[in-house]
Design a protein around this ligand. Structure first.
Ligand code: TNX
Length: 531
């Protein structure tokens, strides 16, 4: 039996198993959560929490058990996070099945008769131990992120976790939590085409996503200004097409091993990478690299400006589809996740018939390599497979026709979710074409009510794009992403009925010390009471 978290809680209450009172009655309501409550330290907000008396103390003798290898990464993650903060040695991690002892932190499979969603977990903290009942390895990882947020914020900075002698024990308040996401798709997009980011910078972003229980990283790998992934069958794409960026810098690209390293690092943290090669428009870097991709067989000059819509592959030439087949084949082989994003946005130089014919043919190529096609919402009018996915970005454009096609929708609506929009008129970087996107604007809405004609069953979830025209380094990326990406993480994770802006801003402010310890260059928006 699979239940929603709310139904699971109700069923627990119905069985009225002592000692926990019905969670629905005991859980603090959104408006009541105090910053000192455990809930006030959590972002995204968990589905259900019941506070109990007492606390669990982490001591040098605490052991972290993973019931199986499936949970070993999460157990080690927690041990590494605690580091030397509670004693002269790191906490011991053991991977073994069977009856696990009292007094420990235990990660185990949820073997209850009721299951409650593939990414959900039940977390029980009592003076006698911590038990995570996880539905999946991802769920265990999210439970560990929750525990991490209940531990001191300064532990995020390794130098503040020195070996301590006779330090007071660190405690976690006793509670029962049932938590799981509202949507399966909770993502962010990095535009490494306009300004390149190095592998370590992408990994840092992945770490920040993981803290907020995000699970999809969309990499915009090719655009007019740069081609950022080595394609061995078309080597000039990276070597020439990747040699510059917006503003004329030196750009860069990922070797295939480097891309695989990013994909692996993300997967360990339960984040699926979605590669995007934008086409048929936004292709100047490819058109500069190979003359034969142009209708007139003349290679274009490299481009370092920020105009959009001027470039397009020559959709009437067969070589174009050979090129796309090679690119999709190499990317599909490098990418374990089931998705390939074809872009498809802002093509101003093709007729609607040419455009639709192109998208439908490329959809077949993507399918032939075993992947599901994703496209920006310009693909909505084309003949979409029911397995294809539409990424909805234009606030005023109806995509209602998508529902009847059976295709699913990712919400990335620009006036709520574009992380490259300015926070306010004073923001030194960012664009304004979709409006000013304050933190409240990015938080205070419901994805299920955001697109007329698209009902909840068609919505996979949310993804916040961070376009890179005005962003030159990782500090800029962090500044535009945070705190708005944290707001989007909660929009994707937490029950709509539990989300209230006034309560959220307090909890967001409580993340200040943690983010500071992480060295995060976040925007201290005046909308938020930062601590
Ligand atoms: C629109 S969103 C674009 C991007 C720009 C972005 C800037 C989309 C599918 N296309 O090419 O970078 O606006 O906000």
């Amino acid at each position: 039996m699979v239940l929603t978290v709310a139904a699971f809680v109700a069923s627990c209450a119905a069985r009225s198993a002592p000692p926990a009172p019905p969670a629905t009655a005991a859980a603090p309501r959104a408006a009541e959560a105090k910053p000192t409550d455990p809930i006030g330290r959590l972002l995204p907000r968990p589905s259900q929490v019941t506070l109990q008396d007492g606390a669990f103390s982490i001591t040098p003798a605490t052991v972290i058990y993973a019931e199986s290898e499936r949970f070993a990464f999460s157990a080690r993650f927690l041990a590494e996070h605690i580091g030397l903060a509670v004693g002269p040695q790191p906490l011991k991690v053991e991977v073994r099945p069977g009856n696990l002892p009292e007094g420990a932190i235990v990660i185990r499979e949820n073997t209850g008769t009721v299951t409650f969603g593939p990414e959900s977990y039940l977390l029980n903290v009592s003076p006698g131990g911590v038990i995570i009942h996880a539905e999946s390895p991802a769920a265990a990882f999210y439970a560990v992120q929750t525990l991490r947020q209940l531990l001191p914020a300064e532990w995020e900075y390794e130098a503040l976790r020195p070996p301590r002698r006779n330090a007071p024990p660190v405690t976690i308040p006793a509670l029962t939590m049932i938590d799981g996401p509202r949507f399966p798709w909770r993502g962010a997009m990095l535009d490494v085409a306009r300004h390149f980011l190095k592998v370590d910078e992408v990994k840092r972003f992945i770490d920040l996503m993981a803290l907020h229980k995000l699970n999809r990283l969309h990499l915009h790998l090719a655009d007019d200004q740069g081609w950022r992934i080595d394609i061995r069958s078309w080597p000039n794409l990276a070597s020439h097409g990747g040699s510059t960026e917006v503003g004329g810098g030196t750009g860069g690209f990922y070797g295939q091993d480097q891309y695989s390293d990013i994909v692996r690092y993300a997967a360990e943290r339960f984040i699926t990478v979605i590669p995007e090669i934008d086409m048929p428009g936004h292709t100047n870097a490819a058109l500069a690299s190979y003359a034969e991709l142009n209708c007139d067989n003349i290679a274009r000059p490299l481009y370092t400006g920020t105009e959009v819509g001027f470039s397009a592959l020559c959709v009437d030439k067969e070589i174009t589809y050979k090129f796309i087949d090679d690119v999709v084949r190499e990317m599909a082989a490098l990418t374990p996740g089931p998705y390939f994003h074809i872009g498809g946005d802002e093509v101003k130089t093709l007729t609607p018939v040419q455009y639709a014919g192109f998208v439908e043919r490329v959809q077949g190529i993507v399918r032939s390599h075993g992947k599901q096609m994703i496209g920006w919402d310009e693909v909505a009018p084309t003949r979409l497979d029911p397995t294809s996915i539409v990424q909805h970005w234009r606030p005023k454009t109806s995509i209602a026709e998508v529902e009847a096609k059976g295709a699913k929708v990712i919400m990335s609506i620009a006036d709520r979710m574009y992380l490259d929009m300015k926070y306010d008129t004073e923001t030194p970087i960012g664009l304004t074409w979709a409006g000013i996107v304050s933190v409240k604007q990015s938080y205070d809405w419901d994805p299920a009510a955001a697109a007329p004609g698209i009902s909840a069953r068609s919505i996979l979830g949310v993804e916040a794009p961070l376009w890179g025209e005005t962003i030159t380094n990782i500090r800029d990326y962090e500044f535009l992403a945070f705190p708005r990406l944290a707001a989007i993480a909660e929009v994707g994770w937490s029950p709509q009925g539990e989300r209230k802006w006034d309560e959220f801003r307090d909890r967001l402010g409580a993340q200040g010390p943690r983010w500071t310890a992480l060295g995060l260059n976040f925007y201290r928006s005046p909308e938020v009471p930062w601590r």
